[in-house]
Design a protein around this ligand. Structure first.
Ligand code: NAD
Length: 415
């Protein structure tokens, strides 16, 4: 009988895991041999990164060109599966006058929930009075971070009224320097919990970083000249932006387009894209209304100015940044020495990506640009062999009929 209960799967060898998988999913030998193909990330390393590994999953790695950020030139690695994203970012960067970006200090927030305190308001005050002791205790667990100038800096405490009674919420503000910070902050939160229980007489429950890193934001800005874009296109882009600023359905997709580029660089550098995604969307709705992460307006010369601001909790140490062999190469390619520099690049990419999407949507529509790669993907889906893909895609594009059905007909016809 088919069962997902596999005892000690993690202790099994790769061959044993594959044998279980083969039987469970009725895979054939060819499918198993696909799983056995490794790239730069070998089985041993992958198996140390996550649990129960049976293979690695590869994504295309492309380079976005033309980026000038803070007066430096960059080729930017994108790891993603979606066609047109790299080309769009490169084109937006080419049209722009360059990007200016600035990251705040890398301050992350750890949250600690305390329940059952007798006098929550008074004890919240008492917590703040013990800030020095608490931050010192937190810092005692991470002398490396402190050596680099980081560490716990501040403690905030407040009371929440909930349907399960009053709870105290403690925020531990930690400068995490070049780390994403989750492990560092979580460890500190756990370390100071016994002290918090002593101060409050309550019980500590959750101790975890928040991805809504409001103190760790990055701003990037760029100008697109009216001579380059044309005044008409600028007006259309401004209208497109207003749509997003006034409609949550549009704002959602507007921000998705921003994250196309942001996630691609976050993944390519071995960073946690879920953390960045969660932070970005919560930040987008921090006013109570979900808004675009970018803003557009005209400057005095009538050029288009684009701005972006979002939290970016990414690192150059920790996580997969130092273990994934390709992440290391991509970080070397970017030549960044601090997490802040990397986040300035990532924010600029998000702005470029958004500009490209708005320009395309507001003018010719995005399908035209998408179609070439889309047609190739459809040809592959329909079973086109390597030497057929281009001709099948070309024919479908010419006919204006890009579908798996048509691709199959063309493949059949050429047999
Ligand atoms: P980490 O603990 O592996 O590395 C950070 C540590 O590296 C620091 O604590 C410090 O001791 C040391 N260090 C050395 N040089 C440093 C420098 N220049 N700057 C800063 N620190 C330096 O990693 P992390 O960044 O604390 O945690 C990141 C990982 O946590 C990611 O894999 C992420 O996916 C995961 N995670 C995320 C969440 C979340 O987002 N909610 C929750 C749990 C875990």
């Amino acid at each position: 009988m088919r069962t997902s209960h596999v005892s000690k799967f993690y202790k099994k060898t790769l061959q044993e895991r594959l044998a279980i998988l083969k039987e469970f999913a009725e895979l054939n030998d060819e499918e198993i041999s696909q799983l056995e193909k490794y790239g730069a990330l070998d089985f041993e390393m992958a198996d140390r990164m996550i649990e129960n590994v049976v293979g690695t999953f590869q994504l295309p790695l492309g380079l976005a060109t033309n980026f000038k950020i803070n007066r430096k030139e960059f080729l930017i690695p994108f790891a993603l599966e979606e066609p047109s994203v790299v080309a769009a970012a490169s084109n937006a960067a080419k049209l722009s006058e360059g990007f200016e970006a600035k990251a705040s200090e890398p301050i992350m927030i750890g949250q600690i929930q305390i329940v059952g305190s007798q006098n929550p308001e008074k004890t919240a005050e008492a917590i703040k009075e013990k800030e020095k002791e608490l931050t010192e205790k937190a810092n005692s667990v991470d002398s490396v971070l402190v050596k680099f100038g980081g560490g716990a800096k501040k403690v905030e405490a407040s009371v929440m009224e909930t349907s399960r009674g009053k709870m105290i919420k403690v925020h531990l503000l930690v400068d995490v320097r070049d780390a994403m910070g989750a492990n560092a902050v979580n460890t500190m939160c756990e370390r100071i919990s016994p002290e918090l229980e002593k101060i409050t007489g309550g019980e500590v429950r959750l101790r975890i970083i928040t991805n809504l890193a409001v103190y760790r934001t990055v701003k990037a800005t760029s100008v697109w000249k009216k001579e380059t874009l044309g005044e008409n296109a600028i007006e259309k882009i401004l209208d497109a932006y207003e749509f997003a600023a006034n409609d949550v359905y549009r704002a959602c997709t507007h921000n998705k387009g921003i994250m196309n580029g942001i996630d691609a660089v976050v993944v390519a550098t071995g960073n946690d894209f879920r953390a960045v995604e969660a932070g970005a969307h919560a930040f987008a709705s921090i006013t109570g209304k979900y808004l675009p992460l970018t803003k557009y307006y005209k400057n005095d010369s009538g050029d288009l100015v684009g701005e972006i601001e979002l939290p970016l909790a990414i690192g150059l140490v920790g996580g997969a940044t130092r273990t994934h062999p390709l992440a290391k190469i991509n970080i070397k390619l970017l030549g960044v020495k601090t997490a802040n520099e990397l986040s300035e690049i990532i924010a600029s990419v998000g702005l470029a990506q958004n500009f490209a999407a708005l320009r395309a949507l507001a003018t010719e529509g995005i399908q035209k640009g998408h179609m070439k790669l889309h047609a190739k993907n459809i040809a592959i889906q329909a079973g086109a062999k390597e030497n057929q893909i281009d001709s099948v895609a070309d024919q479908m594009s010419k006919e204006g009929n890009i579908s798996v059905t048509r691709a199959k007909e063309i493949i059949e016809g050429s047999k």
